[in-house]
Design a protein around this ligand. Sequence first.
Ligand code: ZN
Ligand code: ZN
Length: 629
Amino acid sequence: MEEETTLQSMTEGVDMMEIAEEVVGEDVGLDEEDEEEMTNELLYEEEVIQEEDVVDRGGEGDCDDKENAESDVADTEFLEDENGVMMEITRRRISQDREGNCYCAKDRNLNIAELLCASCNRWFHESCIGYQLGKLVPFMTNYVFMCKNCSPTGLESFRRSQAQFSQMCFTVLANLTQYAVKDGSNRRLFSKDKDIIPFLEMHWDALTTTTRRVTSSWHSTVLKTLTKDVGPLYIIDEVLDDPLGPYFGLASSDLTTIKPNYDAMIKTGHLKVNDPSSAGAGAALRGRGSKRRNVMEGAIVSQGTIAKKTRGDVFSSKAFHGYPPDHPYNKDNFRYLLAEPDPNAPFRQEFDESSDGAGKPIPGFLYRVLVPCSVLLALHDRAPQLKISDDRLSVTGDKGYSMVRATHGVNRGAWYFEATITDLPEGGATRLGFGQAQANLQGPLGYDKFGYSWRSRYGTAFHVAKGKSFSKGGYGLGDVIGLLIVLPEKNNKNALIPDSFKDKPLVRFKSHLYYEEKDGAEASKKDDAVLPIHQSSMIIGFKNGVCQGAAFQNISEGTYYPTISLYRNTVVRVNFGPEPWMKPDTEIDYKMISEKAEQAIVEQTVADLVFLTEFDGKLTLDNYIHTQS
Ligand SMILES: [Zn+2]
Ligand SMILES: [Zn+2]
C-alpha cells in the first residue's frame, strides 16, 4: 500500500513537469494569421464558372442569339485565365419536402438579398443564413448556394462566381426596378449614366469578384451589353437629345424568377449532382429550427471489439454535425460558441433591409447560440493540441495532459456516459470523469477544484491534484469505463435555464459568427475560495459494467461536463448514448448523457425567449445592450 502511494506521487510529478512545459512552449489558441481573419473582411476565392448564360430567363431567353454573340467583348472579357469550377450538390426530390421557403418559412422579400438553394430549390433570406456571405445584392445570380438541410455536413455552403457584365447589368436593372416599386414611382426605364453606371460603381464588390476598373472604358461595355439583348432581356427608350439617354428596363416585370441557372451549370458539368438517397445523414443532425430533427444512433458494439473496430476506421464518417471544421478553440481565456440567426429576434426585417449595416458589428440579440442535436466532444471547448475525430466521439492526446469537454453539461439529476481507451502508447494514461467549464484545459482532469477524475494507472481518483486509491488495478485498453454523476434535484441552487448569449459580442472567424465568452480559467486559478458543496451528490465508477463504488461524494456545486483528459498519444472513444455499451449494475435511475441534447434545446430556447422578453423595447439596432466588460 505504502509502495503504491510512492509510485503514484512519482508519476504525478512527471505529469506535472510535462504540463508546465506544454503551457510555456505552446501557443494555446489561434495563430496570428487566424486572428487577423477574425477582424478582417472576408475574402472570397475568385471562382469562375465558365457558363455564359448564367441568368435564368425562365424560358423566355433566346439561346440562338447568345451563341452567335460568343465573340462579343462584354461576354468574353472575363473569360481570360478561367478555371472551370466543379461544385457538388445533392439534389432533393422537392415534391417529398414541405412547401415554402427558408428556415423561417416566411415569404420571399425582394427588398433583401435572397439565395436559391441548388439542391432543394428553396429561397433563403440573407439574414437567415448563418454562413457569413459578405456583400450581397438582391437578384444576384453568380453563385452556388446550398442550405443546411441539404448539405451533407449540416453547414451551409456558398461560392461566388465571377459575374460577367451581362449578369451584372441584369442584376442592376432588377434592383432599380424593385427600388421604384418600393418608393412608389414604379419606373421601368433607367438611365445608363444616371442610374445604371452609378449603381454598378456603388455595388461593384457585391456584384462581381473582379477588381474594380481603373478607367471608365467599361461604361461603353455596359451600353453594348444592354443594347445587344434588347428584345429578349431588355426594353429600350431612346429619347433624342436627352443627354441621359438611352433608357433601359427589364423586358419582364416579374422579378421573382431571377435566379442562378443551376440547370445550365449541371449540364455543362460545373455543378455535380449526387444521388439524393445519400443526402439524409446531414439533415438528421441539426440544432433548433430543424424540421427533420433526429437523434443520432449511437454505435452499439460489444466489448472487446471496440478497440479493433475503431482502429479499422469503422466509425469514421463525414463531419455531419453542422460545425465548421475550422472552429476556433479556446484562446486567451475566451471560448467561442457557434451562432446562428434567430428567427424570433425583433428588428429582423429592419436589419435585413438596412443598407448601412455593412461593416458594423451585428447585434448579438439577432443571433442565438447553436445548440447541437446530439452530445459530442466539444470543438469550442478543448485544448487545441487534441485531435478530435470527424464524428467527434474519439479524441487523441498529445504530449502532456490536456483535456476536452463534452458539448453538454448537467447540473441536476443522474447522468451516465462511457469511455474506452482504443490506443494506449508506452507511458500513456487517461483521467476520465466530470469537470466544470472553468477547469483548466491544459492539465489533467482533477488537477484543480473544478474536476473529478479516475485515472487509468492504478485506478486512482483525483480532485484538487490529490490522488486517492479508488479502483485497484486501474483500467486499460478496451475496458469500458462508466461514469455516473448524481446531483440533487431538490435544494439545488443551480439555474434551471442556461445563460442566453445574446448579450455577448459576435466575432467573425472564417465564414461563421461566434459568441465570445470568457472561459473563467484565468480568474478561477487565482480564486482560492472553496466551492459550496452539493449535499448527497456523488460520482460512481463502473468498469465493464461492474460498480467500483463512489469515487467522490458531496462534490462542489456547479454544472458538470463529461471530460476526457489524456497523457501522450492515448486515444479514447466515448459513448454518450442512447444505449450503454455495457449496462452498469446500479439501482440508480440514470439517463444517458445523450438525452441532455433535447433538453438543452428546450432550455436554450426558453433562455433566449426570456432574454428577448426581459429586454423587450430596449433592443435597437443602433444601441443594443452589450454587457460583456
Ligand atoms: Zn428566412
Ligand atoms: Zn436546400
